[in-house]
Write a protein that binds this ligand. Structure first.
Ligand SMILES: Cc1cc2nc3c(=O)[nH]c(=O)nc-3n(C[C@H](O)[C@H](O)[C@H](O)COP(=O)(O)OP(=O)(O)OC[C@H]3O[C@@H](n4cnc5c(N)ncnc54)[C@H](O)[C@@H]3O)c2cc1C
Length: 416
């Protein structure tokens, strides 16, 4: 049985792998039900499940970087972000920005508009300047510039991405600074901090009245020794503190207070891709909505209130980031910067009630969901949120006229 990273999506469908274009063409033409390409399986939504077959592309034979020149590289679409980062680094190049982890495939990350944080930094998909796609008709095509905004964020609905041309920047080092701050300071200064730092984000720690802020800024200085990564230990303490709440409610706050007192500030320098992404050892489920920036503070206050009043079992940190706007038809960041608020629950917990309450708050604030993270939106909702959905429909009808990639869960969103 196939499962995604968190275990919330499972499928009994056959998992097939392809290593050549001919094999892929055969698989497309002989598939008895919808064929769903998979990257690293790190999405929480039914993007890979629900079809007749799951198609792995990690055995597809292609060099990681096919060619590169200043500011651009043509790469294997199915290579992982960390492999690409290392290979680009060897050529003195780098991704402009990355998210919290780097184990996703580039195609998988772009297909759902995966993002990092930075007021002037767009999501990874916005860096796609060209692509080679094997369509639902089995044709190998080079994407024309007028179709590119449709392909940049396309959920594996148009075909199989094999090569991607992307904008790169010269390799650079980042100085990472991490510190604990009171919740009120974080809310009051978030917009100033986004303006002041290349990359800025914070995590609110439920029931503590505090949060942790992280900034990354470009530096000409050489890498220094990274501190020991205590994130996983911190999460274990938060989990244990939540269990103590049942003994006495004040115990949770006391343990969290002690943990945050013991947390020392971090300050170190490393290659951009090494410091931006970390390892996520503890499994969780996640919902993330991208909001108009002016709505962020009110939404965060409301979610904090909902946790304190109705969902006291939520202990996982709430992550807050900002991403610059772009022009992809299905990008949640289309036509302007958005502040992203992500809520999580441990993979062993029932997330339904909390996520439902959060989603109501996000939607009332005009939010658009992360395509790879939990949401309940259907066709009518998407029509309201995405003015270019019709253009995407037309492109899908042209590139995959028989719906070879359209599984039932995706049909609920993409069949007009
Ligand atoms: C621990 C964790 C941390 C995360 N951190 C972040 C973060 O910081 N920022 C953020 O924005 N998101 C984050 N995510 C979400 C994640 O980046 C997205 O869900 C991403 O799409 C996962 O990439 P993947 O390679 O696992 O793709 P999958 O989940 O396997 O697939 C995603 C989509 O891409 C399609 N696809 C895959 N390969 C191809 C191909 N070759 N051609 C066409 N379509 C293809 C699939 O069909 C599917 O629709 C995180 C997820 C986890 C579990």
């Amino acid at each position: 049985m196939w499962t995604n990273w968190s275990g919330c999506q499972t499928s009994e469908a056959a998992v097939v792998a392809a290593s050549s274009i001919r094999q892929l063409q055969d698989q497309i033409s002989s598939a008895t039900g919808p064929l769903r390409p998979v990257g690293a399986g790190h999405s929480f939504t039914p993007l890979v499940t629900g079809g007749g077959q799951i198609l792995r592309l990690d055995h597809f034979e292609k060099p990681t970087v096919l060619s590169s020149s200043e500011g651009t590289a043509r790469v294997n679409a199915n290579a992982r972000l960390h492999e690409l980062s290392a290979a680009l680094g060897d050529k003195g190049q780098a991704f402009r920005n990355l998210g919290d982890i780097n184990v996703q495939s580039l195609a998988g990350a772009m297909s759902t508009a995966t993002h990092g944080t930075g007021q002037t930094l767009p999501c990874i998909a916005a860096e796609m300047s060209g692509a080679q796609l094997l369509t639902g008709t089995g044709d190998l095509v080079e994407i024309a510039s007028e179709d590119l905004p449709g392909v940049q964020v396309s959920l594996g609905l148009l075909g199989i991405l094999l090569e991607i041309e992307l904008n790169t920047v010269p390799a650079f080092n980042l100085r990472r600074r991490v510190g604990v701050r009171p919740l009120e300071d974080l809310l009051a200064h978030m917009h100033d901090n986004w303006a002041a730092h290349r990359c800025y984000e914070f995590f609110l720690l439920p029931h503590s009245g505090k949060g942790v802020q992280i900034s990354h800024d470009v530096t000409p200085d050489a890498p220094s020794k990274p501190p020991v990564d205590l994130d996983a230990l911190g999460l274990q303490v938060m989990k244990a503190a939540s269990a103590l709440r049942h003994v006495h409610p004040s115990l949770q706050r006391a343990v969290l207070g002690l943990m945050l007192k013991l947390q020392s500030d971090e300050d170190y320098i490393g290659e951009s891709w090494r410091v931006l992404s970390s390892t996520r050892a503890m499994r969780f489920n996640e919902m993330e909505y991208h909001l108009p920036p002016a709505e962020a503070e009110a939404v965060l206050r409301e979610i904090t209130r909902v946790i304190e009043t109705r969902h006291r079992d939520v202990w996982f940190p709430i992550e807050v980031r900002q991403t610059a706007g772009d022009s992809a038809w299905l990008s949640p960041f289309q036509h302007g910067a958005r502040v992203s608020v992500a809520v999580h629950m441990h993979s062993s917990q029932d997330y339904a009630g909390f996520f439902r309450d959060c989603e109501a708050i996000f939607r009332a604030a005009g939010g658009r969901p992360h395509w790879g993270k939990m949401h309940s939106l259907k066709r009518r909702d998407l029509e309201e949120l995405y003015p270019d959905l019709g253009k995407f429909d037309a492109l899908r009808a042209r590139l995959d006229p028989k719906g070879r990639f359209l599984s039932p869960p995706l049909a609920e969103m993409f069949l007009p």
